[in-house]
Design a protein around this ligand. Structure first.
Ligand code: CTP
Ligand code: CA
Length: 233
């Protein structure tokens, strides 16, 4: 992040970045969570700030807050939704690097869950969380988020019998209705918590940028370059 060589091409732009995982409460001492470290979102927030943007980072991550970035702490997907929609109301760019839990426990116990008298585990019923990215797209359609706001989603995919990583990414971009989708290939030993990342930046007009596996800073730069290119053409 050498300020001397960076473009100052986000001056005056308001950028909202979400990062890290969510924690969905089960009882006062337990939660459902995921392995997202927040590193990729933090890299984007740091670089956007260094390139002149006014950055709001909505996150559960305890990584150090990058210089000049405003951090908003969240835990659950519902808190993330509320804070992201509020910040997005005045944003030029929203980048959703957070790994949002799709489900949360349907009932949160006020007291610590105990083993049953037979020693068997209690079942935890799950319910759907709101889809924040879809809600942002809907909010933009009705003017609650500026119509010029660029919405960037992330998708961590593994290929499977129904399609490759890239095919799943294309389908997800179409389904989500955002402007860009950054697609990473994930497995047990890749991406989460690591310092490198790679994949594709897909745009809603059919464009596709391959980003070789390299630092999360490089992927952050490529994402911001792609967004700037769209906002200035
Ligand atoms: N996302 C979101 N709200 C959710 C789930 C996901 O805003 N409840 C966002 C993520 O932050 C990410 C993008 O949507 O930017 C894609 O997340 P992903 O989990 O890949 O998409 P899903 O639609 O949940 O699809 P899947 O069933 O593959 O998990
Ligand atoms: Ca999901």
């Amino acid at each position: 992040l050498d300020g001397g060589t960076l473009p100052f091409d986000l001056a005056g732009k308001r950028v909202v970045v979400t990062s890290g995982g969510t924690r969905e409460e089960i009882d006062p001492v337990r939660f459902l969570g995921n392995h997202s470290s927040g590193k990729q979102g933090h890299a984007i927030a740091a670089l956007a700030s260094a390139r002149g943007a006014e950055v709001t980072l909505v996150t559960s991550s305890s990584l150090p807050v990058p210089p000049a970035v405003t951090k908003i702490d969240i835990e659950s997907a519902r808190e993330l939704r509320e804070q992201t929609l509020e910040a997005a109301a005045v944003a030029d760019i929203v980048i959703k690097a957070a790994a949002v839990a799709d489900f949360r426990p349907a009932d949160v116990s006020d007291s610590k869950l105990k083993k049953g008298s037979d020693g068997e585990p209690a079942e935890i019923r799950l319910t759907r969380n709101p889809d924040i990215l879809a809600d942002l797209v809907a909010a933009r359609a009705i003017g609650e988020v500026p119509s010029s706001c660029v919405l960037v989603g992330f998708a961590a995919e593994t290929g499977d019998t129904s399609g490759t990583v890239l095919e799943h990414g294309r389908a997800k971009l179409a389904r989500k209705g955002c402007d860009f989708l950054v697609v990473n290939e994930v497995g047990r030993d890749t991406t989460f918590g690591k310092d490198d990342n790679g994949g594709w930046i897909l745009d809603s007009e059919g464009g596709e940028i391959l980003v070789e596996r390299a630092s999360k800073d490089l992927l952050a730069a490529r994402i911001l370059d792609a967004v700037v290119a769209r906002t200035t053409t």
